[in-house]
Design a protein around this ligand. Structure first.
Ligand SMILES: [Ca+2]
Ligand SMILES: [Ca+2]
Ligand SMILES: [Ca+2]
Length: 180
């Protein structure tokens, strides 16, 4: 049974992934989002980091399409997304395994100097690429930077996002801004 909190979180995730806001997820939403993330985080065009972002998020799109595109039209409707996420919710381990490479590539984009630690300022730039307001980005970062030193590790980043998608409690609910 999927709770309302989780369903609202999936709704919010759908809205953010639907980059052109046309009500369906398509490959172009993902490629445009990657481009925005790369530019917002200062990843160089043609760099290995950009290649990793494109590759891993491309894989995320392919996984999502395989999982969710029930009618095979190459687009994922909100309903298809909700149903697929609710079904995948029963298998946390598998969902996590599929998400982590994309999350790690995102962290690498944020962690400009590759020391395994990112700053909240870099994270705010990343979230604005997703269309979040600065204030929302500030609220979200507190969930990752639990000791408040203004920095967080790759592991905290990956855990924060997977908890957001998989854990059924309010603590991590604000990661993508207010859910309403
Ligand atoms: Ca779209
Ligand atoms: Ca479809
Ligand atoms: Ca760093």
């Amino acid at each position: 049974m999927t709770s309302n909190v989780i369903i609202r979180r999936y709704d919010r995730t759908f809205d953010l992934l639907d980059n052109d806001a046309n009500g369906v997820l398509e490959e172009k939403d993902f490629t445009d989002l990657i481009e925005k993330i790369a530019r917002a985080t200062g990843v160089q065009q043609g760099s290995a980091k950009e290649e990793a972002l494109v590759k891993e998020w491309g894989n995320c799109w392919n996984t999502l399409r395989d999982l969710a595109d029930a009618n095979g039209d190459g687009r994922i409707s909100r309903e298809e997304f909700q149903q697929a996420m609710a079904a995948a919710y029963g298998d946390h381990a598998k969902l996590k395994e599929r998400l982590v490479p994309g999350l790690e590539a995102s962290f690498a984009a944020i962690d400009a100097d590759d020391d395994g630690v990112a700053t909240v300022a870099q994270f705010e730039a990343y979230l604005t690429a997703w269309g979040l307001e600065r204030a929302q980005a500030r609220a979200a970062r507190e969930l990752l930077d639990s000791d408040g030193d203004g920095r967080f590790s790759r592991q905290e980043f990956v855990n924060g996002w997977t908890d957001f998608l998989l854990r059924d409690d309010a603590e991590c609910a604000a990661l993508l801004g207010p859910l309403n």
